[in-house]
Ligand binder design. Structure first.
Ligand code: ADP
Length: 507
């Protein structure tokens, strides 16, 4: 980071172990969403910068893949320790850059990211294959190998958590990496790159190129030197990335959007459900979470009571400066997202939803503080709807805006819950153990939470279904995302056998 203008920080790309500006010299503004003012500038990289990053990653790959896994694990553990040691600074940058409250960045994302790195470090030397005895002198075996250079595209809502999780998995598996963070919020990731050398990771193992999606992002997706892609972001962009990757027959894994149901049954502990539903859509990232519980399905008998409690809970939340450790909810991350959420606040009532509470935006939300007057504030908002086909019930809003839908029977709840193109997550609140198990089975999503919500842990697989993505990340299985399987046939101590027709396949 340099500071040509003392008020505006400048961050650089990280290529081949060096901090570098974009070759073309272009810069993008990074806006502090709590003030609406530019606070930093980041490189506006183009295809040439992506070329440089891929070349550095390719050059670093042979040595990194042949570094003994236990040594890779040591280096990752050192990285984890460095992240923990700088947790205050990194969290402060992220909270400033995308408005995610310190409670989440310092309280969860950064220390959790460090533990996630350590978890992946521990997996590095536990990659094993199988042996298949075929009789006679033939032995076949399987081995998991790194792909080579992997491209990782991450979004703006929780960049550090995503960066630490994805990059440490890819590195543990023996790949080298090029990351394209989101142009709206990438300062924390660019700042974190300084720790890679401190941890002893070799130059070129991790490269980060900032720039816009259509330019730097697409250059990475299309680059012939990239063997595999991971994309986290919206479903619409995921579709576009998949189309491009398909043109190059490139393997891509996807973590996309959601419109997750959070079901409150009439036998629920309503205190716990109120806090859990609010935590799933309002607090933390102001609803800018892929797993946000944005459809609150409430059983008829407790509809009035539950929405009354939720209103009281929302009214007590502290909305304001994300870098104040007591703040519960910050602003939306950038102007484009603010405009999008406001458009849904207007759309809901037009298509028949009723705003039960909230709905205000802008300075009205944060009161008298003039420093925050230009920020992208949206009040915690609950709309009531009776028809799940409304656009506010079907489309991902990605803000602190939930829709409450009443239901009568348990089966009706699951039918509404699954009436969506998404399948990322879902929740249910009940005191019945039977019902808890039925809900887990009935909700068609990659993660189901019972009597809790918005919990993601590096040791637990996480992934989507339907339009929400494909294979899970995290957990021991998650490392497979970064490995490709090879079969080896070895003829031991006998003359080579001719191929037998019974062994023939289509390949
Ligand atoms: P949003 O949630 O604002 O829709 P996106 O899903 O578009 O965000 O963005 C997620 C990431 O994908 C960001 O890093 C963004 O720059 C990148 N991106 C956007 N468009 C493309 C594209 N056409 N090709 C590759 N990456 C893209």
């Amino acid at each position: 980071m340099t500071a040509a203008d003392p008020h505006i920080a400048e961050f650089h790309n990280h290529i081949d172990g060096e901090a570098r500006p974009a070759r073309g010299g272009g810069l993008l503004d990074s806006v502090d969403p709590s003030t609406g003012r530019v606070w930093a500038r980041v490189p506006d990289s183009g295809a040439a910068d992506v070329d440089d990053a891929v070349a550095a990653a390719r050059a670093a790959f042979p040595a990194w893949r042949s570094t003994p896994p236990a040594r890779r694990a040591d280096l990752l553990r050192a990285w984890s320790a460095a992240v923990l040691a700088h947790a205050d600074d990194l969290a402060a940058i992220e909270s400033r850059d995308n408005g995610r409250v310190l409670k989440e960045t310092r309280g969860g994302d950064v220390p959790g990211g460090a533990l996630n790195i350590r978890y992946n470090a521990e997996l590095a030397d536990k990659v094993t294959g199988d042996t298949v005895h075929l009789g006679g002198a033939t032995v076949a075996s399987t081995r998991y190998e790194p792909f080579g250079v992997v491209g990782v595209i991450i979004p703006w809502n929780a960049p550090l958590a995503m960066f630490f999780a994805k990059v440490s998995g890819a590195l543990a598996a023996g790949n080298t990496v090029v990351v394209k963070p989101a142009e709206q919020a990438c300062c924390s990731v660019l700042a974190a790159c300084g720790l890679l050398a401190e941890a002893g990771l070799p130059p070129g193992a991790v490269n980060v190129v900032s720039g816009t999606g259509p330019v730097a992002g697409e250059a990475l997706v299309d680059h012939p030197g990239v063997a595999r892609l991971h994309f986290t972001g919206s479903t619409a962009t995921g579709r576009r990335v998949t189309r491009h990757a398909a043109a190059g027959l490139k393997n891509v894994s996807l973590e996309l959007g959601g419109k997750s149901p959070n079901i409150v049954f009439d036998d629920a502990d309503l205190d716990a459900a109120t806090a859990g539903v609010a935590g799933g859509i309002f607090t933390g990232g102001a609803g800018q979470a892929c797993v946000a519980g944005s459809r609150v399905l409430i059983q008829e008998g407790v509809f009035e009571e539950f929405t009354r409690r939720l209103r009281a809970h929302a009214a007590a939340l502290r909305v304001g400066d994300p870098r104040d450790p007591s703040t519960d909810m910050g602003p939306l991350a950038f102007a484009g997202q603010y405009d999008k959420v406001r458009a849904y606040l207007e759309l809901g009532p037009r298509e028949g939803a009723e705003i039960l509470f909230g709905g205000r935006t802008g300075r009205e939300v944060v009161g008298a503080d003039p420093a925050l007057a230009g920020g992208y504030w949206v009040e915690p908002t609950l709309m009531a709807a009776t028809d799940n086909r409304l656009r506010v019930c079907q489309e991902e809003i990605f803000g602190p805006v939930a829709v409450a839908l009443p239901f009568r029977t348990e089966d009706e709840a699951y039918a509404i819950a699954n009436d969506t193109v998404y399948g990322l997550a879902g929740g249910a609140w009940t005191r019945s153990l039977d019902r808890a198990h039925r809900a887990v089975a009935a909700i068609d999503a990659g993660t189901v939470w019972i009597n809790t919500y918005r919990r993601i842990h590096w040791a637990v697989p996480f992934g989507g279904r339907k339009h929400s993505g494909d294979r899970p990340s995290n957990g021991a299985e998650g490392l497979r995302e970064w490995l490709t399987l090879k079969a080896a046939w070895i003829e031991v101590g006998a003359p080579p056998a001719p191929p037998r027709p019974t062994e023939g396949g289509a390949g």
